[in-house]
Ligand binder design. Structure first.
Ligand code: LMR
Length: 335
């Protein structure tokens, strides 16, 4: 009898130990959702973060990457992050208005950054820091900025002068600043989720869109737009963001390793963004489904002049404070 009790006791202890071990080994799951293809700077960045985060934490964290709007579309993913049903996102900063952080839209001003280096310096410096501070009160923490270069714009007719935009229904991703600069050239902007753009262009629900070469190529926009202008009129960047409560609740040593993985993944992503887009543009050209147009200096000036009132208009939308931060960093006059 005594022996039986001892055996039962030992069995219970063994089960408890096994359960404890299984528990200790159960990885922390981080769902990382985004809307673009794997074969883009952001897609590759997310996979690099997964690789490094799992390596640096010795498998204590598992990153589940969901590309192509598999889990959520644009606006839904932001809501999901706030509700805690997804832990990490990298939305374009043009989509931050639902977070109550309209200041991010200042980055969408036309011809704001004269080149990649200027953009990079601003985001690593005061502009990037200032914008992340605007997320704190929203329960969101900004971890990094990921680059995706400059926008082109397209339609089924050549877009060479501002008048060419007259009456075009242009899909935009969310920013009221983009809404404004397209209105100034006579277009009719319409916000639409990224995953719906191809079909909307194909069926004529919209006539036109703007995006970077890597997004054009991977979404096959070049197959449903006869003319693309390589205008590089505005910049596309992402903020990698997490739910603050979730992030603060992680064990400190794990968070340190994840920060390191994010730092390295960011260096990687921003290091490939320019070349990825150049290669995508070459591929679009080689495919030959669309005609590429490059603007002359006079045409660029005409676009810039037509869209310039966006700068004065922006004050009422994003506020003077962010415009001052950006103007100081870039050494430009805003309005
Ligand atoms: C878009 O909606 O056009 C972009 O924000 C997609 C992306 O995330 O690159």
């Amino acid at each position: 009898m005594k022996k039986t009790f001892a055996l039962i006791g030992a069995a219970i202890a063994a089960i408890a130990l096994a359960a404890g071990a299984a528990n200790a080994q159960a990885p922390i799951i981080i769902k990382f959702s985004h809307v673009v293809a794997n074969d883009t700077p952001k897609g590759k960045g997310a996979l690099k973060f997964k690789e490094l985060a799992e390596k640096y934490t010795n498998g204590k964290v598992k990153i589940e990457v969901y590309p192509n709007s598999q889990l959520f579309k644009d606006k839904e993913e932001i809501e999901a992050l706030q509700l805690g049903s997804v832990q990490m996102l990298a939305p374009s900063t043009a989509k931050f208005a639902p977070l109550g952080a309209k200041e991010f839209e200042a980055l969408d001003l036309p011809w704001l950054f004269k080149d990649d280096a200027t953009y990079d310096k601003a985001m690593k410096g005061p502009v990037g820091k200032y914008l992340f501070s605007k997320l704190e009160s929203k329960g969101i923490t900004g971890l990094a900025y990921w680059d995706n270069g400059f926008h082109m714009v397209s339609a089924n007719r050549p877009l060479l002068m501002p008048a060419d935009f007259q009456g075009l229904k242009v899909r935009i991703s969310g920013s009221k600043i983009a809404d404004q600069y397209f209105r100034l050239v006579g277009a009719i902007p319409q916000i639409m989720a990224f995953s719906e753009v191809y079909q909307a262009l194909q069926t004529g629900v919209v006539d036109s869109c703007e995006n970077t070469p890597s997004n054009y190529l991977t979404q096959k926009f070049d197959e449903v737009q006869k003319h693309i202008t390589v205008s590089y009129h505005a910049h596309l960047q992402y903020a990698v963001i997490v739910n603050s409560k979730f992030w603060a609740g992680l064990p400190a040593d794990i968070r340190t390793q994840l920060d390191k993985a994010m730092y390295d993944a960011t260096e990687y992503t921003n290091g490939i963004a320019h070349t990825e887009n150049e290669d995508a543009l070459k591929e679009i050209k080689a495919k030959g489904k669309t005609t590429l147009h490059y603007l002359t200096p006079a045409q660029i000036k005409a676009w810039r002049d037509a869209m310039a009132p966006t700068y004065a208009w922006a004050k009422g939308r994003v506020g003077q404070e962010v415009l001052d931060v950006v103007a100081k960093e870039l050494d430009i006059k805003m309005n």
